[in-house]
Ligand binder design. Structure first.
Ligand SMILES: [Zn+2]
Length: 341
């Protein structure tokens, strides 16, 4: 298969894509476990959104793939201790190393860099860089993601919500746009025929930042007499909570998420009140879930869900919990319906 511009890296072993290395993904899923793919904009987004969920699924045997659309070249050094010229001048490489450390902690087995440049914040100079993600032809970016989906054949895809009015970074908006288009196109053999054999993922989820989480955290700060990092702007963001279909309990994976965030040493200060203002033992109980909106589904499911793989396995043996497959060959995942949610 001809690669269209992205780079596959695996953990700390950064290497160029090996297009013949598809033996695993072309075996199909016979009694195996689920596959999950997350699409993120910049290095560190994979740690701040859904990291506990991915860590939990990896521990249950799911194969997890990360697609990071940009190199995060425009990220400011937010940790004063590391605000050094040699780091600022080498931002792309530094962030690549930080990403490698974070994915190792979370447990992603594979990481793909989609190959675009960070577009910077809205209305910044970086928006006009010719290689930036936001300026890339939509069709090209969707094609790259379609190829990765067809190679990795995920059952579940996680991406950003349609409503990002609370934080409308151009790259985050673009992540949403290409994910939705690629989710549909990957399963259509007539779309991007050069990108491999069609594969239709079963479910597409959005990752909202729930109001319930903000409120619970804000209230805990106040209860402990600490200054809350959540100001009025947070409460003016439109709430998406009524759309949440799925809650994944991640209390026991909270430390993994914190450690992954800390691996992004230039972006996340250990003194950040936003990330670490509450003691860890308190913070992990404040809101021990990560929330999702099921945006598209080709399988039947019931709400509320507590498993992203609910409905994907047709197994009577209870083996489908949290994406773990049944060992019986008869229990391959199947498409139960075409109902769009
Ligand atoms: Zn980002």
């Amino acid at each position: 298969m001809k690669s269209t511009g992205f780079t596959k890296v695996t953990g700390e072993n950064m290497s160029l894509p090996n297009s013949s290395d598809n033996s695993l993904v072309h075996q199909g899923l016979v009694g195996g476990n689920g596959r999950l793919l997350s699409v993120h904009a910049h290095p560190d987004d994979e740690s701040s959104k859904g990291a506990g969920t991915v860590a939990r699924y990896v521990d249950s045997g799911v194969e997890a793939t990360l697609v990071c659309c940009t190199g995060g070249e425009e990220g400011d050094v937010l940790n004063e201790a590391l605000n050094l010229p040699e780091i600022r001048e080498n931002m792309a490489e530094v962030r690549r190393q930080e990403l490698a450390a974070a994915v190792e902690i979370i447990g992603y087995q594979k990481t793909y860099m989609l190959g675009y440049r960070d577009s910077g914040m809205k209305d910044s100079e970086a928006n006009s860089h010719p290689e930036c993600f936001a300026a890339a032809p939509l069709d090209e970016a969707v094609g790259r993601l379609v190829e990765i989906i067809r190679v990795e054949r995920p059952h579940v895809i996680l991406t950003y919500p349609d409503d990002q009015s609370g934080y409308d970074h151009p790259d985050h908006v673009r992540v949403h746009d290409i994910s939705v288009l690629a989710f549909d196109a990957a399963g259509n053999p007539e779309a991007y025929p050069e990108a491999g054999a069609a594969w239709q993922p079963s479910k597409l989820y959005y990752t909202p930042w729930s109001r319930a989480r903000v409120e619970a955290t804000h209230n805990k700060f106040k209860e402990l007499g600490l200054e809350s990092p959540f100001d009025e702007r947070w409460f003016k963001r439109p709430s998406q909570d009524h759309r949440i279909t799925t809650k994944i309990e991640v209390r026991d994976w909270f430390d993994r998420r914190c450690d992954a965030l800390l691996a992004h040493a230039t972006q996340v200060s250990p003194d950040s009140p936003f990330w670490f203002g509450l003691p860890r033992d308190v913070a992990k109980d404040v809101y021990p879930w990560e929330d999702y909106i099921l945006a598209r589904s080709h399988v039947s499911t019931e709400f509320p869900e507590d498993d992203l793989f609910a409905g994907i396995y047709d197994c009577q043996h209870g083996a489908s919990q949290l994406g773990a497959g049944c060992n019986s060959e008869a229990h391959r995942p199947r498409q139960l319906s075409d109902r769009a949610v």
